[in-house]
Design a protein around this ligand. Structure first.
Ligand SMILES: *Cc1c(COP(=O)(O)O)cnc(C)c1O
Length: 422
């Protein structure tokens, strides 16, 4: 069972003021989740979560997360400026980019953020962009290559992802060389970062990754003479999109990372390294809904329900075939005896929020909640077919609702056209 954080009556009241479709975020859920995460890593004195801005780049959301003690992980000029406008600066900003334009290195330096170099060639690019002087704190991104698994055999064995095919990060010999160079160039505090798998549903992803990075930290100390100040486990902790899936237990994850930390780092005199995370999906995914209304029904070779949202508002099903659970508000207790494709209006056959989904009978006018859209939802929006971005709303802790981004208008859409009307 997945239960939406708004019920039918609330939804109807909200819709009276803000028409569908819209994304709505649950402030209470967001805050409680950050607190649980911080508690899980409270054993590490320097622990910090840098929220991956690209997941939900709305300043109101970023401010809530910052109030709860999160920094921000940016990867573009727009995200750096967004962080700056939220008054987040200095060590509260991580900049984990790739194929980085020089002016973005400079912008990150100007607001005091930590530049996380994606490649060894970025040392020279960064030197050039920053007029020959590197910041005091920097980081390097590691890619172990090959295939990343959770190890073991049988049931515990899980292939997570394929770093050997990923464009990010440096090889082990490169990263060791990078630390030698960076410390020679006067960088005082150095960290390491790696992102090996996304949307993992296993309490073992972070601990396994942590062990790899902790062991590498010892090697870096030995071979490059650099003692790392922080180790960034990056993003990738997933959420249970499907009912019945077991959600990650962040308390267990935190304590397993602690075990690895004590075994590898503390035992080797590196017990004061800070642990950083850069979670996006885990921080926001479950705390967002896309709310949409059924507007059409169609009976041909299959049964279709058309809704007023489309892939422009949530691209993940069209792009990755992702499952997003759907609740038909007010019909939670009705028999699930229909099978539908739930579709948007794009002239693109991938524009389906659900395919062959068992649902209660849907009638025109029903309000549908599409679950788990709080991360990589609104932010992946696009304007194909001239379909516009929806509004974003915040359900506050007192139950009131505030608009935190208006819907795009046709004036916004036409605003960038040049050379035709003059
Ligand atoms: C996307 C991204 C994240 C967040 O990933 P999630 O899967 O949402 O946790 C963190 N760090 C970097 C560098 C990213 O690109």
């Amino acid at each position: 069972m997945k239960t939406p954080f708004i019920n039918k009556e609330q939804a109807e009241e909200i819709i009276r003021q803000y028409p569908t479709p819209f994304h709505i975020y649950d402030e209470k859920g967001i805050r409680e989740n950050v607190r649980a995460l911080k508690k899980a890593f409270a054993w590490n004195e320097g622990y910090k979560e840098y929220f991956a801005v690209k997941a939900t780049p709305n300043p109101t959301i970023l401010k809530i997360l910052h109030e709860e003690g999160c920094g921000l992980d940016c990867s573009s000029m727009a995200e750096l400026i967004l962080a700056e406008r939220c008054n987040v600066k200095g060590g509260d900003i991580m900049f984990s980019s790739n194929v980085t334009p020089p002016q973005e290195f400079a912008k990150c330096r100007d607001i005091g953020g930590i530049i996380n170099l994606d490649d060894i060639t970025h040392i020279d690019l960064c030197l050039e962009a920053l007029g020959g002087k590197l910041p005091e704190v920097m980081s390097c991104r590691f890619n172990p290559g090959g295939v990343f698994t959770l190890g073991g055999t049988g049931e515990g064995f899980q292939v997570m992802d394929n770093p050997g095919q990923a464009k990010y990060g440096m090889t082990e010999p490169q990263i060791i060389e990078a630390y030698r160079r960076l410390s020679k160039l006067g960088v005082k505090k150095l960290g390491i970062h790696a992102f090996l798998a996304s949307n993992t549903l296993s309490d073992d992803y972070y601990p396994t990754l942590a062990k790899i990075l902790f062991r590498l930290a010892l090697k870096i100390r030995e071979e490059a003479g650099v003692t790392l100040s922080f180790i960034n486990l990056s993003g990738g902790v997933g959420i249970a999109y499907k009912p019945g899936q077991r959600a990650n237990d962040i308390a267990i994850i935190g304590s397993k990372v602690r075990e690895a930390y004590e075994e590898v780092l503390t035992a080797n005199g590196m017990g004061d390294v800070a642990i950083f995370t850069e979670l996006g999906r885990f921080m926001m995914g479950p705390y967002g809904h896309l709310v949409t209304r059924a507007t059409h029904e169609k009976h041909i070779y299959k049964e279709y329900i058309g809704v007023d949202a489309c892939a422009s508002n949530l691209m993940r099903p069209a792009m990755y075939g992702s499952y997003h659970h759907i609740t038909v508000l007010g019909k939670e207790d009705k028999p699930v005896d229909h099978v539908y494709d739930v579709t948007g209006c794009l002239c693109e056959n991938n524009d389906k929020f659900a395919i062959d989904r068992k649902l209660p009978k849907i009638d025109k006018g029903d309000i549908l909640v599409i679950h788990d859209t709080g991360a990589h939802g609104f932010s992946m929006g696009y304007n194909y077919n001239g379909r516009l971005w929806s509004s974003e709303l915040l359900l506050r802790e007192d139950g009131s609702v505030k608009m935190i981004r208006r819907a795009q208008t046709l004036d916004d859409y036409f605003a960038t056209l040049e050379g035709f009307w003059e």
